[in-house]
Design a protein around this ligand. Structure first.
Ligand code: AMP
Length: 443
């Protein structure tokens, strides 16, 4: 099936062809006809599935289709609003709109925080058909009475689960109040939590339901590997892996902003060009780091989950979980950056004894055990005991005190055992007696 079968306008097809796409992705196959038909949509799809084009292409078509009602006179109003959780994602979505809409007479605008509001106010005085915004800055404009959303025909909530995680639910509800009741609503989310279901129930009217997230979560072209290692040795192990394998473009995830900074500094000190990106960095620093990383001049980008959300780097070969995420779904988001569009990718996780419960949660979510390999020279010390994981500022514990850990729940000996390991070389073999996975599940 090709893009030409959707009935998209020639201008849009031309831009898609120029972009080099030949076949629609699964989310595009399902979402494009649904959006063109004009109804509401609830789609389960994470970054990397082609979801941006899945909503952008039919929106561009609908807005440029003269048979669809438009304003009769005066400056045309904003007709489509795309709400996204992060500035980076906003930039990427708006760029996609410009790319796919390059042969159309529609104009788009990005509205994000962290930059001066005045140029945005000026921009709003001229034509904006499609607005891509983060909720906070959008509400700043509403407060300043510089924004009119009363003619929005299509609303997109992109990465809605992340918007809820980031605490935007109240902002979203305020924004919904500003929109006309009669409109098309499209909700994209990587996961369907209770919060998302509640939001969808209040927002969507008999939506078409599409879910491609599960398939992507276990993308066959991504190799997952766990390297058990002591928490204090992770930094050296990462530098070792990068150098040994000559990885040229590595996205590394840490749990905290502080951790991201420290790690980037350590890697730089080890001779590996690295930068951290997170919410405390200025917008220009984040944009610059991302641009350098994309062009390949920056070898390592260290990011927190929120900062990395929606980063679009095609065919990113290596994603490293320097620390496992607290929420298992974030593992899926993280590895969504690699193995895209058919390319091969590695998802490497450095796991210390504190993180065994998190590892179990991830394996349960993605319904597979992750292979594990101890790197010679970085063997975990079995005497080191697990400590609660404390997040910067958040103070979240790894697991409630008193709950059994991974090995206990799987019927093994109590204690701080690391997952079983395929031990390749080196002196580790004789020193790692306690590394058998106790649950007895097959590989
Ligand atoms: P997204 O999930 O929207 O972040 O898209 C992930 C990546 O897939 C982006 O780099 C897109 O440019 C790319 N992409 C989107 N649709 C297609 C397609 N039909 N064929 C090949 N690549 C695509």
């Amino acid at each position: 099936m090709s893009f030409s079968t959707f009935g998209l306008s020639d201008e849009i097809l031309r831009a898609v062809i120029e972009r080099g796409y030949t076949d629609p992705t699964p989310i595009q196959l399902q979402a494009i006809p649904a959006v063109l038909a004009g109804g509401d949509l609830m789609a389960g799809a994470q970054t990397g599935t082609g979801k941006t084009a899945a909503f952008t292409l039919p929106i561009l078509h609908r807005l440029s289709d003269r048979s669809v009602k438009g304003p009769s006179s005066g400056r045309p109003p904003i007709r489509a609003l795309v709400l996204v959780p992060t500035r980076e994602l906003a930039a990427q979505v708006e760029e996609s709109i410009r790319i796919y809409g390059k042969y159309l007479k529609l104009s788009s605008m990005i509205m994000i925080g962290g930059v001066n509001i005045n140029p945005q106010i000026t921009r709003l005085k001229s034509r904006v058909d499609i607005l891509v915004a983060t909720p906070g800055r959008l509400l700043d404009h509403v407060q300043q009475k510089t924004l009119d959303l009363s003619h929005v025909e299509i609303l997109v909530l992109d990465e809605a689960d992340r918007m809820l995680d980031m605490g935007f639910i109240r902002d979203i509800k305020k924004i919904l109040m500003l929109l006309p009741a009669q409109r098309q609503n499209l909700l994209f989310s990587a996961t369907f939590s209770d919060g998302i279901r509640a939001l969808a129930a209040g927002l969507l009217n008999q939506p078409a339901m599409i879910d491609v997230a599960a398939r992507n979560a276990t993308a066959a072209n991504v190799t997952h590997i766990v390297h058990p290692v002591d928490r204090e040795r992770k930094r050296d192990l990462l530098a070792h892996l990068i150098k040994q394998h000559r990885w040229s473009q590595v996205l590394v995830f840490t749990r905290t902003k502080h951790g991201a900074n420290k790690l980037a500094e350590h890697l730089v000190a080890s001779g590996i060009p690295s930068l951290a990106i997170h919410g405390n960095k200025s917008q220009s620093a984040r944009t610059r780091a991302l641009a350098e990383f994309k062009t390949g001049s920056l070898q390592v980008l260290v990011a927190t989950d929120i900062a990395a959300r929606g980063i679009d780097i095609s065919e990113l070969p290596h994603v490293v979980n320097f620390e496992l995420p607290n929420v298992a779904e974030d593992y899926v988001h993280r590895i969504g950056r690699t193995g895209r569009a058919g390319a091969e990718g590695d998802a490497v996780s450095l796991v210390c004894v504190d993180e065994l419960k998190l590892l179990t949660d991830i394996e349960r979510l993605i319904k597979r055990d992750l292979a594990s390999e101890i790197i010679a020279g970085f063997e975990p010390d079995p005497r080191i005991k697990a400590e609660p994981i404390v997040n910067g500022g958040g103070g979240q514990r790894r697991s409630p005190p008193g709950l059994p850990g991974r090995s206990q729940r799987r019927g093994g000996q109590p204690g701080n055992k690391l997952p079983s390991a395929r031990l390749s070389t080196g002196p580790a073999a004789g020193r790692m007696p306690a590394l058998q996975r106790s649950g007895g599940r097959g590989r």
